[in-house]
Design a protein around this ligand. Structure first.
Ligand SMILES: NC(=O)c1ccc[n+]([C@@H]2O[C@H](COP(=O)([O-])OP(=O)(O)OC[C@H]3O[C@@H](n4cnc5c(N)ncnc54)[C@H](OP(=O)(O)O)[C@@H]3O)[C@@H](O)[C@H]2O)c1
Length: 264
């Protein structure tokens, strides 16, 4: 079926789901172009002029939590919630987001930072749409996920392995960054070890690998759109970080790429 026909059918059958998905695609395209010229004003790129700010830890929880919450709410509205494949995909999504929303923000070091509420507001909109569309597709729109036969499909097996690899890279990289600062420190140092051997933002690389694995394992439109959105956000951000390192450290390893080893 041509994509335009599938889209108009989906708009009639599931308007909220379809508009949310289209909204994420548009946000992804806009983010890519905007972030290619303007670095998002948080972390090392924080600066004045982006409106009111609030405590960075609280903002992080508020902006990430809508993802697991909306996913769980929509997921358990379905009669298919206790089928084995959807349960595994639920576990993958939650394994990432419980940590990212409720544990990671309290482990970050760098003192009492503030961030613009604007960046949090955009993240809340994306996370709510992303969590709910992914859960809806997994439990309602993907008949292939309701049969246990999908457990033996190469897309599912490879997808789970790719996801686990990305998860490990993302966590290892975040841990290296965290350990650069002693409690109470807030400055920046050159990270070494793990995938920092090859790229400046391996935490973003791990995140991209994770959601690529999830998209392969789920084989749904929202999971694919999630990878697209993640790439459209994190690739320009990784280039901003890479430029920032080169500008701030004269001894920064010249062979490092920005985000994808040996490539980008
Ligand atoms: N799926 C998505 O679209 C998406 C979007 C954004 C983020 N994320 C994920 O969320 C996580 C955090 O993202 P982020 O953009 O905040 O990452 P980041 O800029 O690499 O910062 C992560 C943490 O490490 C600290 N840090 C970074 N570089 C440092 C250095 N050279 N020396 C000392 N400390 C350093 C930062 O402190 P400061 O805060 O003081 O800079 C922050 O606490 C990543 O795993 C990322 O993949 C995902």
């Amino acid at each position: 079926m041509p994509i335009t026909e599938a889209l108009s059918e989906s708009l009639v059958a599931h308007p909220l789901y379809t508009w949310s998905l289209l909204g994420i695609v548009v946000m992804g395209i806009v983010s890519f172009f905007v972030l290619s010229f303007i670095s998002a004003p948080y972390g090392r790129h924080l600066r004045e002029g982006w409106g009111p700010t609030m405590n960075a830890t609280v903002l992080w929880v508020l902006m990430e939590a809508p993802s697991p919450i909306s996913f769980v709410v929509v997921y358990f509205m379905s009669d298919n919630a206790f089928k084995p494949v959807p349960l595994i995909l639920l576990g993958m999504y939650m394994g990432h987001y419980i940590y990212r929303s409720f544990i990671y923000p309290f482990r970050m070091r760098g003192g009492d930072k503030r961030e613009p509420i604007l960046t949090g507001g955009l993240a809340i909109a994306f996370n709510t749409a992303n969590g709910s569309t992914n859960a809806f597709a997994i439990t309602v729109l993907a008949p292939h996920l309701l049969s246990a036969a999908w457990l033996a499909d190469p897309r599912f097996i490879i997808g789970v392995l790719v996801f686990a690899t990305g998860y490990a890279i993302n966590h290892q990289s975040d841990a290296i960054l965290r350990n650069l600062r002693k409690p109470g420190e807030s400055g920046y140092k050159i990270p070494y070890g793990g995938f920092y051997r090859w790229v400046s933002s391996p935490n973003y690389f791990g995140e991209l690998v994770e959601w690529t694995g999830f998209a392969l394992a789920a084989w749904t439109a929202p999971a694919l759109v999630f990878v697209f959105f993640t790439a459209s956000n994190l690739i320009p951000r990784a280039f901003s970080n890479h430029r920032w390192y080169l500008e701030h450290f004269s001894d920064y390893p010249k062979e490092r790429r920005a985000v994808i080893p040996f490539l980008l």
